[in-house]
Design a protein around this ligand. Sequence first.
Ligand SMILES: [Zn+2]
Length: 315
Amino acid sequence: MRTQCSTRLLATLALGLLASCATRSSLPAERTAVPTANGPVVPAWSDASASAFDWATLEAIEAWLASSDAVRWDHFRSEARLKLGTGLMGIDPEAPEATRAARWERASEQFTQVLADAGASREQLDRSERLLAVASRGPAGTRAPRSAFGIAEVPLLDGAVPRARWARSAANPTRMDGIDRRYTEFTIHHSHTPAGTTAERIRRDHVSSRNYGDIGYHFVIGSDGTIWEGRALRYQGAHAGGDLNRGKLGICLVGQFESARPTPRAIASLERLVRHLSEELDIPLGAVKGHGEVKATACPGRHLQSWVQRWRRTH
Ligand SMILES: [Zn+2]
């Protein structure tokens, strides 16, 4: 898929221009799809404005999402979900509240899927987050916020350093996969680097040597107990190995623990972080594994692995 990237980018740009021209000239929503030089079509629904949506338009979007065009066209796939979700929230405002609540629930699912879509653009992700926050409160605005796989409202643990405060470059969402499920367990790593290594040093290494979109771990803990927020939880980590990353929240302790031992401060931070995330994300407290239990590797070293085993025995 990546090899078609430049072709796809050009095509998407061209389609974007077509789409905006169509909006300006206010063509009717039932306009037929336009073939382009590169084969794909501008979906018929793409120039309908959300306020003018009727059931036929929403059904057309749903049908398009179920078609092979939706698999091929990242930009329109997310646009379709954004429009469908917005349409479901806006349509038929006089319907009984229970009916509207069910529609807003379906709208939340659309926005959640955009957040989990690696093909969504930065701007589409931002829009989805905003719309999800509105949709998840329900039409009456009274429901407790509910979020994508439980992640959108997770507060950062007190004292942890937000990524925005330490990372020197923004993450590149096109090189990360959105999560496609809830987190169900923690994977514990050691960095296998000197004790003073910073999260920024690890991030740079992951981005430049491994071509990752961001640091691979969701959290990094320094030997002085500093907790750095790493990759945003809405993205699958890059720490366990390929598909093994699915559903696994990656935490890395700085140091190598084959011969050295983790400091009591680092362990105290690790335990505090695991308790916090377990509570926020409904991950069982004892669902903690060393990297070596997931994949054949010496990580996280025998001294940190012995903490993992002790923790599991007692939680
Ligand atoms: Zn590891």
